[in-house]
Design a protein around this ligand. Sequence first.
Ligand SMILES: Nc1ncnc2c1ncn2[C@@H]1O[C@H](COP(=O)(O)OP(=O)(O)O)[C@@H](O)[C@H]1O
Ligand SMILES: [Mg+2]
Length: 318
Amino acid sequence: MSQVPEYSLNLPPRQVIFIETNPLRRLDCPARPHRRGKQEAEIQLVENGKFGDYRLLERIAQGGLATIWLVTDPDGRSLALRVMHDTFGSGSNGPALFRHGCEIMAKLAPHRNVIAFHDSGKISGREYAVLQYVEGLNLREMNVREDPMLEEILSDMIIDLCAGLVHLHGQGIMHLDLKPENLIISRGGTLYLCDFDTAQIIPDTPMKFDRKSGTPLYMAPEVVNGWRFDQRADVYSFGVTIYEMLTQVKPFEGQTTKEKLTNQLNPKYLIRKPRNFNPNIPQLLEGLILKCLEYVPEKRYLTMGLMARDLHKVLGVH
Ligand SMILES: Nc1ncnc2c1ncn2[C@@H]1O[C@H](COP(=O)(O)OP(=O)(O)O)[C@@H](O)[C@H]1O
Ligand SMILES: [Mg+2]
């Protein structure tokens, strides 16, 4: 019997939304600069081929805070190991962010669309976290490679992202760094939320948080401006992320990031309708995206649960 891919099981009742594969509209994927200090530290790890009891198999990614490795544990299980860089100066908030991310993940109940946490600690002075390994690509990489699977499972991915966020918010946590790089798509087409370094406990009423990191073009205006905010900041980032998934452009016009940011932070700026870029987006879904992207949080969905209710109606999920 031939094996049926996991994602195709869900397709028939759902609306399939096609995106144009115009390479000019593809998202740019800036190469991450490798700092010398980081590289040296990595070389030491590779030479040993081991980190504690974990055997290092492949370097998956290197980000601002950490390097992600595919490893096996002594029982031969494949896992993802996140090792913090050891090049942070004494004034840096890097180590605190890394530990904070681990604490948040450790408390989360498991969910199909959230990367599972196994363990964290310190080996030879290096902070680390052991996570479920998902073989796949992050959403940014999928976009750049023009992966044909992306188009086929677009609506499933949006539903998965929404489900992951509903779960997170239900656990009293807001993610605050939603963007394509923090969404991993498995070979089977399941989406997983990762990177909880900037996550926070949802406050009873909007409040100010001491934030020193994030990606402005995905962040709600109230977060970029350092104002009070709550879980509606994630609703906004969800809106930016799915707008980009469906249209291959950012909601805000501009040649440069600075120009885009100026528009994003202008309360009078009229967001370009997603259907201008992709007429296959259902009208109701367009309305939902624009509601998530309202400048004023009070005009957005109050909770992801309310958003999910509308999304399921729009995409025909029963
Ligand atoms: N558990 C995992 N399984 C597979 N790939 C992962 C996993 N965690 C992270 N990655 C990959 O590594 C990249 C960076 O991970 P992330 O946790 O976001 O760290 P940072 O943004 O601090 O570099 C992700 O975009 C994803 O491609
Ligand atoms: Mg990340």
